[in-house]
Write a new protein. Structure first.
Length: 468
């Protein structure tokens, strides 16, 4: 008999072993939870033979660590196996439902147990990213003192969601989505194992492939779909349920997409979308666009990113890009989904195929550097509007040269920058697309300025006369 693991709620993670039928009412995924590293499938990069975490688990020397990865990749199971190998009490709580009182109760119980019997306690916090700073602070001193071994599980980037003090005392292990063949192995074991279906069902040709495809690297999804499809299939004369491809498809009508509109999947996917368009790949752009739409992303968020991309990455190489992206944003706001897909797709393809220039982004960097390192010089007097008599008396607007009075509506002798920055050139156009014409125009203007040899001192003083 294996000792049942402890829990705040009193429900063991593992059921006692025995020769009887599977525990009635327990989901297939729970019944098939691996009991040791020999049954654990996947994550060889952290628990494969010779890996540091595996050696620590097998030796029973558990440090505090955090498991970061998508759902259904074995975070809870691995934590339980680690505690079992170490001979420690395993106390799982969920940050969704537990609070500070639950944490304090577990920690106090762990301290008493450690003082009385020397037995360690593994506190497993599922969804640890849902605990706020104050809740995480409750755990910190007891991790430092060794009262508990903390194992956290999160689907969110812990560098953003877990306090730095707790991170510095924990190792972070990244779990990956299961490969299709690993999901397939888990499904086959569930069909054959007495804890699972025990041979009472078989998967017809194509059904197993459909099940693996539905899972999308999530073992829990695969097992839940298998159980639902099996329950929906009538047994044959021999008592065996022959689960077909249609039953699997009906069990889960659509492939499970890993997407969290407030988390890493949200940011990773929009990053892939933007980089695909920047890299002039309309096919990849459309793929990531559909992934976001299919997962329920806010279409206005996508539209805003397209507007930003049009100005930042296409820029003046194709000024029409910003017009089209803005029109797409307005169209999506007006019509919504599903028809809003079309203006988003149109903008995606146009921006991907447009000429690209980041000259304005580069100019922004040069401007930021100058603004950071130079004094905030006052606006030159001749550029200020003289709207009162006092302003005129102080020299506001004096000497300003009206551009439209000059030949070609351009006066090369006029000065617009403060004295300290006179002659600075921030905008450096490329020779790509429409920006090539702008470059030629700018070069002509700057050439005129240089040939005019205009004075750059004694003209742009910023302080009114007698203001010292």
């Amino acid at each position: 008999m294996r000792r049942a693991a402890g829990s705040v709620r009193g429900a063991p993670l593992f059921e006692p072993e025995g020769d009887g039928p599977p525990h009635a009412g327990r989901p297939l995924a729970a019944r098939m939870r691996p009991r040791d590293l020999g049954e654990f499938v996947g994550q060889d990069h952290i628990v494969g033979s010779g890996r540091v975490l595996r050696r620590a688990i097998e030796a029973g020397h558990l440090p505090s660590f955090i498991l970061w990865g998508p759902p259904g990749t074995g975070k809870t199971t691995l934590a339980a196996i680690a505690a079992r190998h170490a001979g420690a009490r395993f106390v799982p709580i969920s940050a969704v439902s537990a609070g500070v009182a639950d944490l304090r109760r577990v920690i106090e119980d762990a301290r008493r147990t450690r003082a009385g019997t020397g037995e360690r306690t593994v506190l497993f916090i599922d969804e640890i990213h849902r605990f706020n700073k104050a809740q995480q602070d409750v755990v910190l001193p007891h991790v430092e003192e060794g009262d508990i071994v903390l194992i956290g599980a999160t689907t969110e980037n812990p560098s953003f969601e877990v306090i730095s003090a707790l991170l510095s005392r924990s190792r972070v292990y990244v779990l990956r989505p299961l490969a299709d063949e690993q999901v397939r192995a888990i499904v086959r074991r569930a069909v054959a194992d007495e804890r699972g279906l025990g041979g009472s069902a078989v998967l017809e040709p194509g059904a197993e492939d459909a099940l693996v495809n539905v899972a999308n690297g999530d073992a829990r999804v695969a097992l839940n779909a298998l159980e639902l499809a099996t329950d929906a299939t009538a047994a044959g004369p021999d008592g065996v349920r022959r689960v077909g491809i249609e039953a699997v498809r009906d069990a889960l009508q659509r492939r499970t997409l890993l997407y969290d509109r407030a988390g890493d999947q949200h940011y990773d996917t929009i990053s892939a979308f933007v980089k695909s368009i920047r890299g002039s790949d309309p096919d990849a752009g459309l793929y990531w666009l559909m992934r976001m739409i299919d997962a329920g992303e806010d279409p206005m968020f996508i539209a805003r990113r397209l507007v930003i991309l049009a100005a930042e990455d296409v820029g003046l190489a194709d000024p029409q890009a910003l017009v089209l992206a803005s029109a797409a944003q307005q169209a999506v706001h007006l019509i919504g989904l599903p028809e809003g897909w079309f203006p988003l797709a149109e903008a995606t393809v146009y921006l991907a195929l447009a000429s690209k220039s980041d000259s304005l982004k580069a100019a922004a960097g040069r401007l930021a550097d100058d603004i950071e390192r130079t004094r905030a010089e006052p606006v030159p007097l001749h550029l200020r509007n003289a709207v009162t008599g006092l302003m005129r008396q102080l020299g506001y607007g004096q000497g300003y040269r009206y551009a439209h009075d000059a030949p070609g509506h351009f006066d090369p002798e006029e000065v617009f920058l403060p004295d300290g920055l006179a002659g600075r050139e921030y905008y450096a156009p490329t020779e790509i697309g429409a920006e090539a014409d702008l470059k030629r125009r700018l070069e002509d203007l700057r050439r005129s300025v240089r040939s005019a040899g205009r004075a750059r001192t004694g003209r742009t003083g910023g302080s009114p006369p007698g203001s010292g």
